[in-house]
Design a protein around this ligand. Structure first.
Ligand code: ASP
Ligand code: MG
Length: 431
């Protein structure tokens, strides 16, 4: 079995769905499973809709209507025959959404988020499956919610691999072309859960793991894994071959091509991961596998914008050691705050945070009861993996922006103040 994953950008309009079909046709697809994300930027629109539903109630109907018409337009452009029957399926998905909106009594934002945002993937997979069938690529639609079994941690659910493997094996049997959704799963109570933004890569890896797949291919709008984000840097280099370990490190530091959780399940079963461009499918791209390739002479540059730096110290200047550190961490976990860097001295403890789920203000209130806290918002975390002497020369120019620095043998990380801008990064590739 081969797993192909198509993200939002690769299925953003009817033309790109046709391109997807061409790619599948070209490759051997009688033992293949497609994992698709929501189309284009629909997950963002869904998030925006959920915000209206839970907070402001502004333009609620209108927002949902726009999401519906986006999908209907794609259906109209894709299908000559059978258009009506596909539109009917779309209608029925929106009826389910309406039903949820009417009947829901729960007010946990994260719960509501998962119940609604997940429909992006349902819609895209239904449309693509119907389209493939209509052009003679017979495919079987599989509901990922009946495959991927998770806990109740809405918006960032943890996968139960044992149950999940069993369900996947039960649902995907024999040969054929299967299509399922990325990003979504369900828990014991049969509620939908999601695996975190950009989680479709991870879903693809979970399916591959359960099915002992031959390989996973992620089709992207970039050439493969690059040594920096082409939006911020020019003259980026392609990393042709990377080991799992190296890719895990890069993803962890924030290289946005692969969702960080994706690699562990693949590494366990030694399943290679290909990252290829859907714009030029015949080009090689990147392969991530067990071999230890030499990427050490190519520095990789990764930036995470919009982070928060907290400096925590005790009110009485006492040491910040085990007990206090454990108290701090229990608070961080309580408010679902992601920690991306830690540094401590005798009397202070600094952490760089990602306030993804919006729990920061509550965390600060609670921390301030016990500690002295200083907060820097809008900082960025800049990582250079395999830095060299050129990197060191260039970072000198950033001196006035550096709030914190951490260096290991292989990795250099800087926390940069808010007046550090994208333009400052370009110099790293100008020699
Ligand atoms: N649709 C989800 C998102 O945009 C999952 C994914 O694309 O991987 O975050
Ligand atoms: Mg996406």
């Amino acid at each position: 079995m081969k797993v192909y994953k198509f993200g939002g950008a690769s299925i953003k309009d009817y033309k790109s769905v046709r391109r997807l079909a061409r790619i599948i046709r070209k490759h051997n697809h009688d033992e293949m499973i497609l994992i698709v994300s929501a189309m284009g930027k629909i997950t963002n629109s869904m998030e925006d809709f959920v915000l209206s539903y839970t907070k402001s109630f502004k333009n609620l109907k209108n927002k949902l209507e726009l999401i519906k018409s986006f999908h209907k337009e794609i259906v109209k452009d894709l299908f000559q025959k059978n258009q009506q029957s596909v539109l009917k399926i779309i209608e029925s998905v929106f009826n389910e959404i309406d039903k949820f909106l009417k009947l829901n009594k729960e007010n946990d934002y994260n719960f509501i988020y998962d119940q609604l945002v997940s429909y992006g993937e349902i819609l895209s997979s239904v449309i693509i499956s119907e389209y493939l069938n209509s052009i003679g690529l017979k495919s079987k639609w599989v509901d990922a919610r009946s495959c991927i079994k998770t806990d109740q941690y809405y918006r960032d659910a943890n996968v139960d691999f044992e149950k999940t493997s069993k369900s996947i094996k039960r649902k995907i049997k024999g040969k054929g072309l299967f299509i399922s959704q990325g990003f979504i799963g369900s828990n014991k109570k049969s509620y939908t859960t999601t695996l975190g933004r950009e989680g479709s890569d991870y879903s693809a890896a979970i399916f591959a793991h359960a099915l002992n797949a031959e390989s996973v291919t992620i089709w992207k709008d970039v050439r493969g894994v690059l040594n920096a984000d082409p939006r911020y840097f020019n003259k980026t280099k392609l990393l042709n071959k990377i080991s799992y370990e190296e890719a895990i490190e890069l993803a962890f530091y924030g290289a946005s091509v692969i969702h960080p959780k994706t690699l562990q399940p693949l590494k366990k079963k030694k399943i290679p991961l290909y990252v290829k461009s859907f714009l030029s499918p015949s080009r090689e791209g990147t392969v991530i596998s067990k071999k230890d390739h030499k990427v050490k002479d190519i520095p990789s540059h990764i930036v995470k914008w919009n982070r928060v730096l907290l400096k925590i110290s005790s009110k009485d200047f006492s040491f910040i050691v085990e007990k206090k550190i454990s108290l701090i961490f229990s608070m961080l976990s309580k408010y679902k705050i992601k920690v991306e860097l830690i540094q401590n001295s005798a009397i202070s403890f600094s952490v760089v945070l990602n306030n993804k789920y919006g729990g920061l203000d509550k965390l600060l209130d609670e921390l301030k009861e016990t500690f002295k806290v200083s907060v820097d918002k809008d900082v960025s975390l800049f990582t250079i993996r395999h830095f060299n002497r050129f990197s060191l020369k260039h970072i000198k120019k950033l001196n006035q922006n550096i709030l914190l620095e951490q260096r290991t043998y292989e990795t250099l990380q800087l926390v940069l103040s808010r007046d550090f801008k994208q333009e400052n990064l370009l110099q790293f590739f100008q020699r």
